[in-house]
Design a protein around this ligand. Sequence first.
Ligand code: FAD
Ligand code: DHB
Length: 391
Amino acid sequence: MKRTQVVIIGAGPAGLLLGQLLHREGIDAIILEQRSAEYVLGRIRAGVLEQGTVEVLERAGVATRLHAEGLIHRGVEIGFRGHRHRIALQALAGKTVTVYGQTEITRDLMEARDGSGAVTVHEAEDVQLQDWDGPRPRVAFRHWGQAREIACDFIVGCDGYHGISRRSVPPERRRVFEREYPFGWLGVLADVPPPWEELIYANSERGFALASMRSPTRVRCYLQCNLDERVEDWSDARFWDEFRRRIGEEIAERVVTAPSIEKSIAPLRSFVIEPLRFGRLFLAGDAAHIVPPTGAKGLNLAVSDVFYLHEALRDFYRERSERALDAYSAKCLSRVWKAERFSWWMTRQLHRFPGDAFDQRMQESELEYLFVSRAAQTSMAENYVGLPLDS
Ligand code: FAD
Ligand code: DHB
C-alpha cells in the first residue's frame, strides 16, 4: 500500500493551495480529484480576492501572474433607484481588493504543483475515507479501473459542497446549519472591455444584477434568476437586454455586448457544518461551508481555512504539537460565521425576495441608511475587504 503524510480530497483552489503550502514546509501530500484538470479549469466562479488572500498566495509562491494581471479595486458601487453609491473600500477600511479569476489561481497552482513533482491523481473514482477516527487513516479509490489505497497520517476534505468527506462522518457527530434562497445567479462571461471602473451591485425592481470583470478586455456579469430557469432559455440577447434594464440607465447606454464564452446558473445557499475536525479528518473550503456569492467570500474563506490548517500541520510535524490542530475548528468557525453574516446581509439587501411589503420597506430603508451613514459604510467596507487573518 502506498503511504503519504496527508491525503487531500479535491483539487479545487482549497486542495491545490493546501498541497502547495504543505509542499513548501516539506510535508508530502497526495491529492485525489474526481474530475480531469480541464474540467476543473472550465468552472468559472470567483473573482474578488481579499488582501489577506493575496498575501497567502504570495507565501505559497504563486502570486507572480496575480501581481502582473490582477486588477486592484479601491471601491465598489451599489446601484439603487437609478443612482450609484460608492463604498470607498480603501478610504474607509484601509484595504483594497484584487480582481483575478479563480480559474487563473487554479491554473497557477496546478503549474506550481506540476513543477514540484507532487502527485495529483485526476479522475479518481469512488473515493472512500477509512479509519479517519484512529491513528492510521486510509483512503481507498479506483483509478483507470484499478482498486488503489493510500495510508496516511491525516485526511483533508477539500471536496466542495457535493463532496464525500463531510458525508463520511455519521450524522450524530456533526451539526449542520443551512439556508436556501428562493433564487439563483445566472452568470455570463464575455470578451468585451468593461464599461464600468468598479464592480456594481445593483438592486433593481426587476431583481439583482452584478457588473464585474476579469481583465481590461473581459466582463463577468450576473442576474438574479428563478430556480426553475434553464441556461438554454437565456439567449445572449435576452441576457444583455435584461442586464441593461437592471444595471441603471447610465451604464446601460455604455454596455457593448459580445457572444458569451460561458453561461451558467448557480443556486444560492448558506451552509455551515460544525465542527471542522473529526479525529484525523479535517474539512476546509466549500466542503465545510457555503456562503451566497453576494459578499464575494467563498474562495477567500477557503484560503484562510487552508492557511490555518497548513500552520497546524507544520507545528505537528515540526514539534509534535497538536495544539494548533485542536484549535483549527474553532479558529476557522469564528471567521466563517462572520462571513456568513455578511454574505447573508448583502444577499438580503440586494435581491428581490418574494415576501411581504414590510420586508421590502426594511430592505429599502437599510440601503437608504447605508448611503447616508459613514458607520454603516465602514462596516460594509471592513467586511468586504476581509477581516485580518489573525482575527
Ligand atoms: P471547489 O472549488 O468546489 O473544489 C472542490 C473539488 O473537489 C472539485 O474540483 C471537485 O471536482 C472535487 N471533488 C468533489 N467530490 C469529490 C470526490 N468525491 N472525490 C474527489 N474529488 C471530489 N468566492 C469568493 O471568494 N469571491 C467571489 O467573488 C466568488 N464568486 C463566486 C461566484 C459564483 C457564481 C460561485 C458559484 C461561487 C463564487 N465564490 C466566490 C465561491 C468560490 O467559488 C468557492 O468558495 C470556491 O470554489 C471553493 O473552493 P473549494 O476548493 O473549497 O471547492
Ligand atoms: C464576482 C463574483 C461575486 O460573487 C462577487 O460578489 C463579485 C464578483 C465575479 O465573479 O467577478
